[in-house]
Every structure is written in C-alpha cells, then in structure tokens.
Design a protein. Structure first.
Length: 95
C-alpha cells in the first residue's frame, strides 16, 4: 500500500487544485490571492467589462506576474520564440 501526500488548494470551500508538493500549492494559492486583488483594480478602470471577463483578465495577469512586473518597470517583453528578422530591401541607390 502506497502513501501519497497531497496538498489541496481550497477557496471558499471549493477545491481548486491538488498538488504533490507544498511549494507548488503555496505558489498557486499566492497566484489566486494576486488575481483576487486585481479584480477590483481592473473593475475600477470603468471599461464596462463583465465580472467573468474581469476575473479572466485578473487570472491572466496573475499567472504572468513576472512578465507584467518587468513591463511595468519599463522593461522589454520577452518573446517565447525568436522573432524573424525583416528581409533586407535591395539597395536602389546604387542602381
């Protein structure tokens, strides 16, 4: 018989996610806290977003918080795939 330790993230009595490590569970719980704090911030913008859209946007920002923090500090967005270089135009001045 195997013993399996699981860490369950529960919010308002609802099981959100199960993890095998406490570190992962804590990170997910923190991400949910960030998303919860972002919802009112997004709704204050007065963009006319419904609650579901505000929640999705907050969750997206929370899951990508490191990239968002970098952008807010004036950094450059890091691309996951290298961008293609534009093709060079033929030099028409020497023709």
């Amino acid at each position: 018989m195997a013993v399996i330790t699981q860490f369950v993230v529960v919010r308002e009595g609802v099981e959100k996610m199960t993890f095998t490590s406490k570190k992962e569970a804590d990170a997910y719980d923190k991400m949910l806290d960030i998303a919860d704090n972002l919802i009112p911030f997004i709704q204050e913008a007065g963009l006319g977003l419904d609650d579901a859209t505000s929640e999705k946007l907050a969750f997206y920002f929370a899951t990508r918080k490191d990239e968002l923090t970098n952008l807010l500090k004036g950094g450059v967005q890091v691309k996951s795939t290298p961008a293609k270089k534009p093709a060079k135009k033929a030099d028409t001045a020497n023709s």
